[in-house]
Design a protein around this ligand. Structure first.
Ligand SMILES: [Zn+2]
Length: 127
């Protein structure tokens, strides 16, 4: 399954999409909402996942901090593919078939993504 998704969308493209969705209004601190941000390198082991530092509260965070994808065992490209399928109003069954998921995984992903890519719970530090 992973290989199929990764063939569809490479990691670089996935992170570009994620930034377009998440930072549509510009990068903003997940803790204090400040928009004065400086680049802060990349996440270890993934040069496509950018890190940032808030100039106000000084915390560092990355493209996935405080998102549904942050601590997921599922590949990032799968999350993104399902997110886009939801935007196209595909059904749970169509999504399960398209991404070769069982219906329970499909339902879980859809449920989480319907609440948005960003989590509503409090910010968790990216140390
Ligand atoms: Zn901040």
């Amino acid at each position: 399954m992973t290989q199929m998704i990764e063939a569809m969308l490479d990691l670089e493209t996935c992170f570009k999409h994620i930034r377009e969705i998440r930072w549509a209004d510009g990068v903003c601190c997940p803790r204090c909402s400040n928009k004065a941000i400086s680049p802060h390198g990349f996440t270890t082991g993934n040069v496509h996942q950018r890190r940032y530092k808030c100039k106000s509260c000084k915390i560092s965070f990355n493209d996935l901090t405080n998102t549904v994808m942050a601590n997921s065992r599922l590949p990032i490209c799968l999350w993104l593919g399902v997110y886009e399928a939801i935007q196209q109003n595909k059904t749970q069954e169509e999504i399960a078939e398209q991404f070769n998921l069982d219906i329970k995984d499909s339902r879980d992903l859809i449920w989480q993504l319907r609440h948005g890519i960003e989590l509503q719970n409090p910010y968790q530090a990216d140390w």
